[in-house]
Write a protein that binds this ligand. Sequence first.
Ligand code: HXC
Ligand code: NAP
Length: 292
Amino acid sequence: MDEKVYTQSMLKDNAFEGKTIVVTGGGTGLGKAMSKYFSELSANVVITSRKIDVLKNTAEEISDETGHEVLPVQCDVSDYHQVEELLKESVEKFGKVDSLVNNAAGNFISPTERLSNRAFDVIVNIVLKGTYNCTLAFGKDWIEKKQPGTVLNIITTYAWTGSGYVVPSAVSKAGVLALTRSLAVEWAKYGIRLNAIAPGPFPTKGAWERLLPGDLVEKFDFKNKVPLRRVGEHQELANLAAYLISGFSAYINGETVTIDGGEWLQGAGQFNFLEALPKDMWDSIEKMLRKK
Ligand code: HXC
Ligand code: NAP
C-alpha cells in the first residue's frame, strides 16, 4: 500500500451526485479543503462566511478545477436572520440541502483574565451560537419537509479536556459536542444524523496566525506533540468528513471521530512522559525493579 494513501481521494467519483452540501467557513482552510473534495465528488456545494470576496475566489477556483458549481453566500452565522437567508438561497439555487457542515470558527490565544467580555462573546457567538443557529434553521426545514439530513460539526479535542489560553473556544466547542450528542438522539426519528470530527493540528493560515503567532511556531512545533510525529493533511480530514456526511456512515450517529495522530491521548496518559527515557536508563530501571 502507498504509504501516503491518506492524501488521496477515498470515496468513489460521483459519490455526492445530486447532493447539496453547505459548508460554513468554506472559503478558507479546512472548510475549503472539504468543499473542494465534496465538489470533486460531484456535490453542489454552498460555501459561506463573512468575507464575500474570499468566498467568490474560492468558489471560482474550486468549480474551475472540478467542473461543478459552487455557490458563495455571504452570511455571519452568529445572526439567525442571515442563516435563514443562507438556507433560502441554497434551496432556491439547488432545490434542497442534504448536509450541513458547521466548520466556521473564531479563536486566538490569550490569558483569560486579559479578555474583555466582548472578546469572550465574539468567539462564543461564532462557534457555539453559529453552530446552533445553522443546525436549528436547517434542521427545522428538514423536519418540516420530511427530508433526511446529516450534520457534521468540526470541534477540537479540548472540547472534552478543556484547555487554558483558548477558553472561549473550549467552552464553545464543548457546547457543540453536547449539541451533537443531544440532537443525534432527539432528531434520529426524523432521519437526521449528527456527528463531529475533532481534529488535532492541521496547518491552516487562519489557525496558525492566531494560535502560533511570531516565533511560537518554531518554539512549539505542533508535530512534536503528536505520537505519529506529523501534522494532519487536509485531504485525510476531507476523506473523513465526506464519509461522515455520506450514506456510507448511515449507522454512525452522535459520534465524535478524533483525527489527531494520538495527540490528546499522549497528553492524557499518566506515564506517557516515560517516552523521554533512553534505552540504557530502561536497562538500569529494569534491574532495580527486578531486584525488588
Ligand atoms: C485579547 C482580543 C484579541 C487578543 C481580539 N480581541 N483579539 N482580546 N487578545 N489577541 C478582542 C477585541 O479587542 C474585541 O474586544 C473583541 O475581541 C472582538 O475583536 P474584533 O477584532 O472586533 O472581532 P472580529 O473582527 O469579529 O474578529 C473575530 C476574531 C478574529 C475571532 C477576533 O480573529 C476572526 O475573525 N477570526 C476568524 C477566523 C479564526 O479565528 N480562525 C481560527 C480558527 S482555529 P473589545 O472589548 O476590545 O471590543 C481553531 C483551531 C482550534 O479554532 C485548535 C487548534 C489545534
Ligand atoms: P480558518 O481558515 O480560519 O477557518 C475559519 C472560517 O470561519 C473562516 O473561513 C472564516 O471566514 C469563518 N468564520 C469566522 N467567523 C464567521 C462568522 N461569524 N460567520 C461565518 N463564518 C465565519 O481556520 P481552520 O483551521 O480552517 O478552522 C476550521 C475549523 O477547524 C474550525 O472549526 C476550527 O476550530 C477547527 N479546527 C482546526 C484545527 C487546525 O489545526 N486547523 C484544529 C482543530 C479544530 P470569514 O472570516 O470570511 O468569516
